[in-house]
Design a protein around this ligand. Structure first.
Ligand code: SF4
Length: 313
């Protein structure tokens, strides 16, 4: 297992800037996943006056082995959060607003109505901005996903995070087939969909390529691939540092597979430069994505594990 010393290609200067401090001020009291998940890109993104909002509190009800976000008893839902997020997005003058949440298995709808309220508030406060959501799996509740989609996000992101073989260790409580089905279901409504996985968790190349094929079959438009970094010695440890050449290989294979946009690199995260990844393709509302055929979603090509048909989707 590699030690905590980073390979040369992952070394970066530590940044600190007035812009970063200004972003912190403009964010006010709202939570960001940049900070809660100890994202290694925080200085760069805050320095560019961008951030990804974390709603529904900073405490998650699941125990994913890779994630630095706090776990335990979740906070009550803050009814003022939709307006506070919208105001922060406005203060930052964001043209591409990315919103994610902790997983809230304690809430009957998984927080779907709150997501919808935040989308509504942001659209009102920042008209013309692109709204990208990075959602949890809502435990497979189709009604929750419909609630979120009815609010009109421009991009619906849901990360697979890793290959199916590693789910029991890396992402217990989630299901590979269930997550794929969420993406396929969302894509069939015409919304742009996005997903990503982390590399360096012990996956094999063929397993990664199989995930890319599954995502394309689910109609996913945008893909992110990045290097996993352990937030601490108590989290799942890095099994390999993926070289820039290997990222380039995956990017080429993803392009060939037909994704509309691909971001692949050691420091790529699912919300990293999200506006650039979507680009004018998403801003062109005169050219909507054609709805996918309802062909049974992910049934044709079965993932190697987690073959259970989702209970709810
Ligand atoms: S990559 Fe995403 S989570 Fe990380 S700092 Fe940038 S916006 Fe925040």
């Amino acid at each position: 297992m590699p030690g905590r010393r980073l390979p040369d290609w992952m070394r970066r200067p530590i940044e600190s800037s007035a812009a970063l401090r200004r972003t912190r001020e403009l964010l006010g009291s709202v939570h960001t996943v940049c900070r809660e998940a100890r994202c290694p890109n925080l200085a760069e993104c805050y320095g560019r006056h961008t951030a990804t909002f974390l709603i529904l509190g900073p405490v998650c009800t699941r125990s994913c082995a890779f994630c630095a976000v706090g776990k335990g008893r979740p906070h009550p839902v803050d009814p003022e959060e939709p307006d506070n997020v919208a105001l922060a997005a406005s203060r930052l003058a964001l043209s591409h607003v990315v919103i994610t949440s902790v997983t809230r298995d304690d809430l009957p709808d998984g927080g779907a109505a709150h997501f919808a309220a935040v989308v509504g508030a942001v659209k009102k406060e920042c008209p013309g901005s692109v709204v990208e959501l990075l959602v949890p799996d809502f435990q497979g509740q189709a009604a929750a996903l419909e609630t979120v989609l009815a609010a009109g996000p421009d991009i619906l992101n849901h990360n697979l995070e890793t290959v199916p073989r590693l789910y029991p260790v890396v992402r217990p409580g989630a299901g590979y087939a269930r997550s794929l089905e969420l993406l396929a279901r969302a894509g069939r409504t015409g919304v742009r969909t996005k997903s990503g996985i982390m590399l360096g968790l012990g996956e094999e190349r063929e397993e990664v390529l199989a995930v890319l094929a599954d995502l394309r079959q689910a109609g996913v438009d945008f893909l992110t691939l990045g290097q996993y970094l352990a937030p601490s010695e108590f989290h799942y440890q890095v099994r390999a540092y993926v070289t820039p050449q290997e990222f380039e290989f995956y990017r080429n294979r993803a392009d060939q597979a037909g994704f509309t946009g691909v971001a692949a690199g050691p420091y790529v995260r699912s919300s990293y430069r999200a506006g650039e990844l979507a680009g004018p393709k998403i801003l062109d509302r005169n050219n909507p994505k054609p709805p996918l055929q309802d062909d049974g979603g992910t049934e044709e090509r079965k993932p190697p594990e987690d073959r259970t048909v989702p209970e709810h989707f």
